[in-house]
Design a protein around this ligand. Sequence first.
Ligand code: FAD
Length: 494
Amino acid sequence: MTNPNPQSNVVIVGGGTAGWMAAAALSKLLGKTLNVRLVESEEIGTVGVGEATIPTLMTLHRLLKIDEAAFLKATQGTIKLGIQFENWQKEGHQYFHSFGYTGEGCWAAGFQHFWLKGQQLGFGDPDYGQYAPELVAAQAEKFGFLKPAALNYAYHMDASGYARFLREIAEANGASRIEGRIVDVLQKDNGDIASVVLANGNKISGDLFIDCSGFYGLLIDKTLGVGFDDYGDWLPCDRAIAVQTQSTRPPRPYTRSIAHSAGWQWQIPLQHRVGNGLVFSSQHYSEDEALHRLRQNITGDERTDPRLIKFQTGQRQAHWVKNCVAIGLSASFIEPLESTSIHLIMRAIIRLMQMYPHQQTSASDIQEFNNQMRAEVEFVRDFIILHYHRNDRTRDPFWRDMANLRIPDTLRHRLDLFQETGRVFQAQGDVFGENSWTQVMLGQGLRPKRYHHIVDMMPEAELKAFLNTQRSRVEAMVKVLPSHQDFLSAYLSP
Ligand SMILES: Cc1cc2nc3c(=O)[nH]c(=O)nc-3n(C[C@H](O)[C@H](O)[C@H](O)COP(=O)(O)OP(=O)(O)OC[C@H]3O[C@@H](n4cnc5c(N)ncnc54)[C@H](O)[C@@H]3O)c2cc1C
């Protein structure tokens, strides 16, 4: 009798965020058709960072029917309404990239066009972000579930707590975990992976292998030798030092990203502690100097020893090769600046499930998967380069180099379009929409030369009233919200 599902044995290599997200999703959503096993090594451990997310994670949580309060409890999670960028455009300047939408435009022109004309006439709030409910709520450190127009939000969470939480879901749905260090990988004559061999001699065979081994790239790189497109010329930061501290204040509902002379620092507040780290270029700071700078800019006692993480930004030339799909850090890494890695993991998992090769593997599916993953990573790359490239920090060699960088043509086009016309487009496959691009381009100091002509159809007094109404609506929304801390206490009370 032929096997009705010849690709049913899935082996996930690695038990970090990527591995357990994949195990939870595959077992819960395709579990009846698959046998899912995950191999991980406590001796090797996980990268241990990755604690800020973007709202898209809700998609996976909805599919997995995750109870939000249970998730927040298990991960000591907090709400994230966006990121505050400090000293990025220039020292002493700050702006916010919030989730959701800023103001309301019309069918032909986004809200920025109305705001730009208001600025020229001297009315409306000079801070574009004050028309964004998420931003105003974040700055007031408030959060709640508003109806009917809910706030867009994501989470800060403890990475190891998240892996444990997902593991419970995966195991409850039939996935099994195998502890052990992989010391060898065996291939078939056609190059497909046949099995992984553990240090104790056990062999784990499978039909489809998911490489979630992190920066090791055990299967996709070490075994299959798939090349890596290095984005180091555009994104020269290649190190991070991470340390956790005790909280000294109630958690803010946003991430702080603070630029330094050759890198930047994150602050991610959880319920009980704060995740801190400095991302830097090893060409500009020694490790000692980076640690010194980080320590100068954190509050609260250190709970962990500072940990150095070396990385390379870029992506695999193909994410799916033969019977191996790389997901997570083994596939790509574009800096933690906009918290996009977990999003890309989720996209890869959902895409893999949509294209799962139940009967047989199709070369067209593999090609499509790779094309879509490549494009998504490139959109993220461009968005991150924007933050570095458009700056007025002329005193620092690092920032001067970034400002003089020859950026990708795709990004050049977006910046030129915005500067010349105020227009932003939402490209298919780009996780960042019009609001995100506009907030960051304005925040980094790019000013359009023109606004859309359609705004001139509105008499000045009407434009003034239009802007005032939008601002008042945001104020009224935020006024009724409880503080973020009160929200958490009430929502997570036993
Ligand atoms: C400094 C920094 C900050 C970041 N911040 C964010 C953020 O805020 N938001 C975000 O979305 N992302 C962030 N990321 C990315 C995020 O950390 C990762 O995307 C996420 O943790 C997934 O990692 P992973 O599961 O691919 O790898 P890992 O966590 O490294 O897991 C690899 C797994 O493979 C196993 N393994 C490896 N080799 C073997 C072997 N030989 N045998 C058996 N098992 C093996 C390990 O034991 C481990 O279980 C950040 C990354 C860095 C470097």
